[in-house]
Design a protein around this ligand. Sequence first.
Ligand SMILES: [Fe+2]
Ligand SMILES: [Fe+2]
Length: 312
Amino acid sequence: MPTRLQVQLPRRATRIRPTAVVRDRLAADLASGASLPVEPIPVARLTHSVRVAAIGDFHTRVDRPFLFGPALLNVSNQADLLLIAGDLTDSGRVEEFALVADVLGAVTVPVVAVLGNHDRRGLRRVAMRRTLENAGVILLDGESVVLNVSLAESDRESARIGVVGIGGYGGGFWPDEIGAGPPLDRATQAFAVRARREAARLDATLTQSSTDVDARIVLMHYSPTSSTLGREPLVKYWMLGNIELARVIDRYDVDLVVHGHAHLGNPAGRTIGGTPVRNVATQVIGRPVVYLLGDDAAIVESATASPLAGAK
Ligand SMILES: [Fe+2]
Ligand SMILES: [Fe+2]
C-alpha cells in the first residue's frame, strides 16, 4: 500500500488571470447598481424566501482602492442579510479594517462576519474588533447568532436565521475525499492538532446554538470540503481546510455552509454528507451572490415576483 509520501501529485496548476475585458466588466459591475446574481437553495422549513448575500476575501489594503463599496451597498435592497467569509483585510491592520468598516457601516441589513488568516496577521486585535463592531458588524468566532429577518412578501411574518461562525483551519481532506495527505513533518502534524481542536470548537458551538430556527448556516473562512477547491493545486489542500469540519457539520441540521479562502476554487460543492457548500471568495464569485433560501413554493413565488438575475 502506498504511503502518503508516495502519492503522485499533479503539476502545479497554471494561475489563470482574468482578461482585461473580464476585469473591466467586473470593475463596472462593482461600481454600478447592477443586480446581484441569485441562486436558490432549498430549505424545507422556510415557507417564505429569505435572501442571504455572501462574499469574502476582499484583502483590503490602504495602498489600493476598495472597489466593493457600490456592490456591498446594493446588498441593502437586494438581500435580507450579508455574510462575510473572512480575509476582509490583507494584513490585519486597523487602517485596513477601517476602510471596510466605512462601507459595512452603511449597509442597512444585518452583517455577520468571521475573520480569515490574513485578518489575524494584525496585532491590534481589540482595536480591529472594535472597528468592525462600531460599524454594526456581528463578528463571530466560535459563536452563533439568531437573526429575525422580516420577510419582504409578508407584512406580519419574520424568519429566524441561525448563523454559526468560526474561522476553521487547514489540515486537509485525506483520506475521505480525493487529495494527497501532507508530508508527515512537525508543521503538518501541528496543523492536524489545530484542525481537530477547531472542529471540536465548531461542534461545541453547533451544540449550543439554537435549534429554534427556520434555517441554519455555518459561516467559515476555511473549507470543509475539497469539492469547492477547483483549480487549487493538490499540494495546497492541507492549507485550505479540513475534513474534520465536514464530519461535525454533517451531524447537525445545517442548510448551507459558506466559506472563502480558496481563491482558485469553484463556487459550489457539498460536504461528504451532502450539505450544500458555497465558496464566496471574491476571486471566485467576483461580487456578492444572493442565496435565495426557501421551500420550493417560496422560491418559485420569489422567482415569479422578480426573475432571478443570474440564477443557475
Ligand atoms: Fe484570502
Ligand atoms: Fe485566507
